[in-house]
Design a protein around this ligand. Structure first.
Ligand code: FPP
Length: 235
């Protein structure tokens, strides 16, 4: 990696372009997701090696259920495979968390998610957030409802509600804001990803499909991040 690069504390990645990657090769869309899952493993390992502290990947959105059943099953099966393999990656020291509304998942996936989170809880390397059935608006609604209930129960007063309280009720509670969001595949959209946490994030949109993304692509994004002059609203 280039010398003198200022590392972000928290990177978010919208893993986009799997479908187009497959289409370009005349393959079914799920072949693109399969390759995307390989890229995901590679980039997790690389972020950990670089000393990045937090990585959040957008694996499945609250809107992705609209896709054909076969594609949804394909993505969920990749998630199952990852969860089944997780034990084999203990030596990597990656703390894995799942963010999103997990209540919709079936028992087998949910049990494995809990096991994976529990077993990696004390790992000290990268913290990896895998966003599944995740939506930024859904996350804000969830936090708002929990806070509203606390007001109703008399635990807190409305004037106690501040940014720190909101932070503490998000799925990413206790983690720093995302400071770099990378979206490959040439799309320039946020797609409901980390709406609150990205208030001051740098966005880097790249013209590469996620299955083709590699360590060099991440180096390029990190070099660009270093060049940006981050003022946080000051001068
Ligand atoms: C967006 O590309 C990608 C997804 C909706 C799925 C992402 C999932 C993976 C990379 C697999 C992750 C697996 C684990 C274990 C976390 P798209 O299908 O919208 O691409 P397109 O815009 O080219 O159609």
């Amino acid at each position: 990696m280039a010398q003198g690069v200022l590392l972000p504390k928290h990177i978010g990645i919208i893993m986009d372009g799997n479908g187009r990657w497959a289409k370009l090769r005349g393959l079914p869309r799920n072949a693109g997701h399969k390759m995307g899952a390989k890229t995901f493993r590679k980039i997790v390992r690389y972020c950990n090696k670089l000393g990045i502290k937090y990585l959040t990947v957008y694996a499945f959105s609250t809107e992705n259920w609209k896709r054909p059943q076969e594609e949804v099953n394909g993505i969920l099966n990749l998630l199952r495979e990852y969860l089944n393999d997780a034990k084999n990656y203990k030596h990597e020291n990656v703390r894995t968390k799942f963010i999103g509304d997990l209540s919709v998942f079936e028992g087998d996936i949910l049990d494995k998610i809990k096991e994976c989170e529990f077993e990696s809880e004390n790992f000290t390397g990268l913290t990896l957030n895998i966003a599944i059935n995740y939506g930024g608006r859904n996350e804000l609604l969830h936090a708002t409802k929990v806070i509203a209930q606390k007001v109703k129960d008399g635990e807190i007063q409305p004037e106690d509600i501040d940014e720190a309280m909101m932070d503490n009720h998000l799925y990413t509670a206790g983690q720093p804001d995302v400071d770099l969001i990378i979206r490959p595949s040439g799309e320039f959209r946020l797609s409901n990803f980390m709406l609150w946490q990205s208030a001051y994030a740098e966005y880097i949109f790249m013209d590469i499909l996620w299955p083709d993304f590699n360590e060099k692509s991440l180096d390029k994004a990190l070099a660009e991040f270093t060049k940006r002059n981050r003022r946080f609203g000051g001068i």
